[in-house]
Write a protein that binds this ligand. Structure first.
Ligand code: PLP
Length: 475
């Protein structure tokens, strides 16, 4: 397929700009080469993007079970509310008294999410999950330094954590202490006890962790860390399995982030705006990013916490994402939120129990919102890898699950059906997964050759990563 720059002909195109009616001013430093803009008609432009669109696959096309990503269907009413002119036509530099509705919406969302998190204060500044982690761990750092405790230089991160956790700790200047998981997929408590000490700043726990297991020892974990003088960070990017059922704050965690673009109804992927809402207990409030939105005598306004770590993003973060989250929370309500969580868990366990008849599970435990299969045995028997099975799925019009993640499971396929899929669809998908398993034994070559029905066949992934071509070379 040609790029848009390779289509059209010079001079073609539609300009809706009126004749210039003010004096032209030339810039001091002008470009030495002409600007490369596509010269295409509206018709060509529309066809180009429609053709690209047809090659895409998204949640609106079909089953999209990317584990660790919570690619659920997001109700369209959330988009409608975020598009209301009252929300889209205001500017964050307007005086607070002229944007009371928007401030009230953020304040209300803070209260609702605070309730779900079990936290006292919530900030919406962070733009994504990893950004929320950065903010949360900076709160932990500020807390220790404020007390004059400079010896706490280490953050403990279990090996089942999301990869952003150790990266965040390192970005905040901490040394990362990695501890192993026990055979049941939970944190190894003895390893944790051995790791904590006067140099422990805190622990970051992804829960449910990246193998889809809820750590049953959460209370013990936070106690061990607190007894050593550290604080506890909860990575709640995917709260889909636990929202409204258990609260991280009640498990002893001091701060948390949650991805509004996974759990709370903003579609994600493709780099669109997200939000990594950060919640904390009262004793950390004074370090929160400034400003916080608070109730005032006359309505709503801004508060600048006394020892704030500063701003982490302009204004109030990605505001429209917050409106979607608020709409989602209010439409589901107190009964609907835990119901969605329980259905997410039910769906994952349903698929896992059907697939267990053939596929080996990495952890044969009741899972949360996702489960991980290990295809090591199948690979040994047939030569067919997790990658081959994933490519075979493409030929069956299925988007594959997450592959080769988490790193602690070999030949991993990680499936997260979400609560928004029906039993009929999951049955169809399970039938195809099981058929592919059989095919690995009966005709392994066909899976090495897959995909055969997609616009491109196998890509040279190593080549693409090593020799990145990120710029288009104009002739
Ligand atoms: C997705 C995810 C993150 C990172 O979120 P981004 O918005 O991609 O930065 C962190 N932790 C977990 C557990 C996640 O699933």
């Amino acid at each position: 397929m040609k790029l848009i720059f390779e289509k059209g002909t010079p001079g073609r195109g539609l300009s809706l700009m009126p004749e210039c009616d003010v004096p032209e001013v030339r810039l001091d430093s002008e470009r030495s080469t002409p600007l490369h803009l596509p010269h295409v008609s509206e018709n060509e432009l529309t066809r180009h993007y429609t053709a690209l669109c047809k090659r895409l696959f998204g949640v609106n096309d079909g089953f999209y079970p990317l584990g660790s990503c919570t690619m659920k269907y997001n109700p369209k009413i959330d988009e409608d509310m975020a598009a209301l002119p009252g929300f889209t036509s205001v500017h964050p530099l307007q005086p607070a008294e002229t944007v009371q509705g928007s401030l009230e919406a953020l304040h209300l969302l803070g209260e609702e999410l605070g309730e779900i998190f079990g936290m006292d204060t919530v900030s919406f500044q962070p733009a994504a999950g990893a950004h929320g982690e950065l903010t949360g761990v900076l709160l932990i750092k500020a807390y220790h330094l404020d007390r004059g405790d400079t010896a706490r230089t280490k953050i403990i991160v279990p090996d089942s954590a999301h990869g952003t956790n150790p990266a965040t700790a390192a970005m905040c200047g901490f040394q990362v202490v990695n501890i192993p998981s026990a055979p049941d997929g939970c944190v190894d408590l003895d390893a944790l006890r051995a790791a904590v000490g006067p140099d422990t700043a805190g622990l970051m726990l992804t829960n449910p962790n990246t193998v889809g297991i809820f750590d049953k020892n959460s209370l013990e974990i936070t106690k061990i860390v607190h007894d050593a003088g550290g604080l506890c960070y909860y990575d709640g990017a995917n709260l889909n399995a636990v929202m409204g059922v258990v609260r991280p704050g009640d498990m002893g965690f001091d701060c948390i982030h949650s991805n509004l673009h996974k759990t709370f109804a903003t579609p994600h992927g493709g780099g669109g705006p997200g939000a990594g809402a950060v919640g904390c207990k009262d004793f950390l409030r004074k370090y929160m990013p400034a400003p916080l939105i608070v109730r005032t005598s006359g309505g709503f306004g801004y508060e600048y916490p006394e020892k704030s770590i500063g701003r982490v993003k302009m204004f109030n973060g990605n505001f429209s994402v917050c409106i979607k989250a608020l709409t989602y929370v209010l439409t589901l309500g107190k009964a609907g939120i835990p119901e969605a969580a329980m259905n997410a868990v039910l769906n994952a366990n349903y698929m896992m129990s059907r697939l267990k008849s053939k596929f080996e599970m990495a952890y044969d435990e009741i899972c949360m919102h996702e489960f991980v299969m290990t295809l090591v045995g199948l690979h040994k028997d047939t030569g067919v890898s997790a990658l081959d099975i994933a490519k075979g799925m493409l030929d069956n019009n299925l988007h594959p699950p997450t592959m080769y993640f988490p790193l602690i499971v070999h030949e991993a396929l990680m499936v997260e059906p979400c609560e928004t899929e029906s039993k009929e669809l999951m049955d169809e998908v399970c039938d195809i997964y099981l058929k592919l398993y059989e095919q690995a034994y009966s005709d392994p070559q066909s899976l090495h050759d897959a995909p055969t029905r997609t616009p491109v066949r196998r890509l040279d992934e190593v080549g693409a990563a090593r020799n990145m071509i990120l710029r288009y070379k104009f002739e």
